[in-house]
Write a protein that binds this ligand. Structure first.
Ligand SMILES: *Cc1c(COP(=O)(O)O)cnc(C)c1O
Length: 363
């Protein structure tokens, strides 16, 4: 770790790979001998096009997807996808189906509701979103347009450990907080999206990976920038794309490839998560995990301490150990440590050493 950097456990914007940040810093003033910064180059120029195309190629290669899938770069964050999905697909009397597994899943559903088309196929709200609904809990409506799930629930610290079976209904997933963190059979999904600021780069771009045939025809009454077919047909270059964000996403994808791809990423992430969950499980009840064990996230670890005073103290003392961003979201309380792809194993070791020390002095 660099001397003046800290271990940042923030949920997003989140810690990014140091190598990626350094590379961007080194070429910021003069991108590939162009005499210009990447943020000054025309988005129609050859140098930018290379960045744009390579990012797409690397993302698809990492996900093991072929020519029937396309990568789109859309602004407005994952939150704009919440609206674009029902606007583009829940049409002609078809109904958007949603599994409510946390805050963002619920927000996605609420956008469909605004458009008058949402159906709750399953919900774990009654357990304060401690668990991921299992297949048997999911009830898809008649005339379903799609089934929408949130694969990793950033706030509650739960993650799917199976891909729901949706029959012939298109499956859509918000993977904002676990995109490219492990291999999956991504071909089971018609559309996957992820705001970049957790696992992929800076805020400002949402990466959408979808079946081309699914995106081909948006309803004629939709404005240009809200139609998926605009992004498909114009290669996400209908208007000026967030070039710097896409450049950073591309560098991050290349970094993941260099680490050994998604299989290697998953092994690293599981090892890190095990360390932190073990610290919780072996604390004689001092730390109490929020998520049910079989729904635990590899990306966001949520836990409580015996009382709120200790939680405040924990966050303050963590900071003096170079550990920032450990405070949980207000809807769960307690702590949340986000350990995305870029968090090194050593960061988790320092965290768990601190947790153990804190427990011994405060139990
Ligand atoms: C952060 C997050 C969002 C919101 O992303 P924005 O880019 O801020 O709109 C949506 N879904 C999940 C799972 C997230 O973690």
């Amino acid at each position: 770790m660099e001397a003046n950097r800290i271990y940042n456990f923030n949920p997003g914007p989140a810690m990014q790979p140091l190598e990626v940040l350094k590379e961007a810093q080194a070429e910021f003033l003069n991108f590939h001998d162009s005499g210009m910064s990447i943020i000054e180059i025309s988005h129609r120029a050859k140098q930018y096009d290379q960045v744009h195309q390579q990012a797409k190629v690397d993302i698809k290669e990492l996900m093991g997807l072929g020519d029937d899938y396309e990568v789109l770069f859309i602004q407005g964050g994952a939150s704009t996808q919440f609206a674009m999905i029902p606007m583009n697909f829940a049409i002609g009397g078809k109904i958007g189906n949603y599994v409510l597994s946390g805050s963002f899943a619920t927000k996605a559903y609420q956008e469909a509701e605004i458009l008058g088309t949402g159906h709750i196929a399953a919900s774990s709200k009654n357990t304060n979103f401690r668990h991921i609904p299992v297949q048997d809990e999911i009830c898809i409506s008649e005339h379903a347009a799609y089934l929408h799930i949130c694969y990793n629930n950033t706030i509650f610290g739960t993650e799917y450990h199976y891909i729901p079976e949706a029959g012939n209904i298109p499956l859509i997933a918000d993977m904002s907080s676990d995109m490219l963190s492990r291999p999956l059979d991504f071909s089971k999904f018609s559309l996957i999206y992820a705001g970049a600021q957790k696992n992929l780069g800076p805020a400002g771009v949402c990466v959408v990976v979808a079946r081309k045939s699914f995106l081909a025809d948006s309803p004629k009454a939709l404005p240009t920038m809200l139609r998926y077919d605009t992004f498909l047909k114009k290669d996400s270059l209908y208007n000026t794309p967030p070039a710097f964000c896409i450049y950073m996403v591309g560098k991050t994808a290349a970094w993941i490839k260099a680490q050994g791809g998604l299989t290697a990423m998953a092994a690293r992430n599981e090892k890190k998560a095990k360390l932190v969950y073990d610290a919780i499980d072996n604390s004689n009840g001092f730390y109490h995990g929020h998520a049910d064990k079989d729904s635990r996230s590899f990306m966001n670890v949520t836990f409580r301490l015996p009382n709120e005073d200790l939680e405040t103290k924990f966050a303050a003392e963590a900071l003096t150990h170079g550990l920032s961003g450990v405070k949980g979201h207000r809807s769960v309380g307690g702590m949340r440590t986000s350990i995305y792809n870029a968090m090194p194993y050593e960061g988790c070791e320092i965290l768990t050493d601190f947790m153990e020390k804190f427990r011994k002095t405060n139990a």
